[in-house]
Design a protein around this ligand. Structure first.
Ligand code: SF4
Length: 366
């Protein structure tokens, strides 16, 4: 629930003040005064946290630093993060995106190849070694943690249940940490009902990091009801960034005429934010990759817009969206702060001798 600026509701997760930006007191510049006369008013509730998480930031930094240190081309296996804008920006700098290591031409065997933030099955680094390639693994440390949890279950003699979405690269990567048959994917209540293990006392579960917190809690409940002896992992698999972004959307979506999530259709965490906004009470909730995708004719008359961005969506696009609304509305931005994130994941040692400047990341951060 978003309240008027400066009147936080103690006890709520949103107990920090909502700050209107820019400050609208005092004399208004002439063109702003004109805007207020000619344009309808619009309040944008801008979620914070939003956009890049520490894992995405690190993965992009790894490609940028590898380009600085080794020069182009740097190969990247799969989209480094699920965002076209980021991928195209890195392509401009000299990154070459491939799906399989076999696509690297023999004369480029010396060039680095980066594995994406989603993680890869064990077979991928093994393949890289067999081909004598120099690889940099940009798997998010929180995804690696889930890999370790799955391996631990197996080491302790448990069959592993992975709650996640079939075909997502993170799921392929996590399943690929263990031998075939050691992991069963659980996507729905029906999967829980249909799963009949050899030994119900020897089960452990992990989850994809970017799932809906609510839906996953429901599936875990169903698993625990059917298999009371199932083992959870030592730590929560859904990551801090997913949880925080969903919480921020939940707090700001109620009563919004429209909620926009900046992100890509193949970005799991962005799609979950669209669902969360809808469930939390936004009248309409949509995913957009760029301002050019805003369906102005569908939007109609609005006075309150909720705005967030998935963990792989750059801030520069959020700015682009806000500016697109400014062109049509007299906009007031309210910053809805629900958490403060301080997480930072360092890049691998081999790249730490290269300086990363603000200008290096300007293509995504503005
Ligand atoms: S969404 Fe979470 S798990 Fe995925 S890259 Fe970001 S921090 Fe890591």
């Amino acid at each position: 629930m978003v309240r008027p600026p400066g009147r936080p509701n103690p006890g709520s997760a949103l107990d920090m003040p909502i700050l209107p930006t820019p400050f609208r007191g005092g004399p208004q510049p002439e063109n702003e005064m004109l805007d207020r006369v000619t344009k309808p008013p619009l309040t944008i509730r801008l979620c914070q946290p939003r956009g890049f998480c520490a894992g995405v930031d690190r993965a992009i930094q790894i490609v940028v630093l590898a380009l600085k240190k080794y020069g182009a081309p740097v190969y990247v296996r799969h989209e480094i993060v699920h965002n076209r804008y980021v991928v195209e920006g890195l392509q401009t700098l000299g990154a070459v995106f491939i799906e399989e290591l076999s696509e690297i031409p023999p004369q480029h065997r010396e060039c680095p190849v980066v594995f994406s933030a989603h993680g890869v099955p064990k077979s991928v680094p093994a393949d890289a070694e067999a081909r004598n390639l120099f690889y940099l693994d940009a798997t998010c440390p929180l995804v690696s943690k889930v890999h370790k949890q799955a391996m631990r279950h197996q080491r302790l003699g448990r069959h592993v249940l992975l709650i996640g979405h079939a075909g997502h690269p993170e799921v392929i990567g996590t399943m690929g940490q263990l031998p075939e048959g050691a992991v069963t994917l659980i996507e729905s209540d029906a999967d829980v009902r249909n799963f009949e293990p050899a030994d119900p006392a020897a089960l452990g579960f992990v989850t994809q990091t970017t799932l809906s917190v609510e839906d996953t809690a429901g599936l875990i409940r169903a698993l625990r009801e059917k298999f009371p002896l199932i083992h959870a992992s030592a730590a929560e698999s859904i990551c801090y960034a997913t949880t925080n972004r969903q919480e921020a959307v939940k707090e700001t979506a109620a009563g919004a005429d429209l909620f926009l999530v900046v992100g890509a259709p193949n970005s799991s965490n962005s799609m979950r934010l669209v669902e969360v906004a809808e469930r939390a009470g936004a009248r309409m909730s949509l995913l957009v990759q760029r301002a050019s995708e805003i369906p102005w004719d569908r939007i109609g008359k609005i006075s309150t817009l909720g705005l967030s961005a998935g963990a792989s969506a750059p801030e520069i696009i959020v700015d682009e969206i806000v500016n697109a609304f400014r062109a049509r509305f007299d906009v007031t931005v309210e910053l809805a702060i629900t958490a403060t994130e301080t997480e930072e994941f360092p890049v691998m040692r081999v790249l730490r001798d290269v300086e990363l400047t603000k200008a290096d990341m300007a293509f995504v951060n503005g």
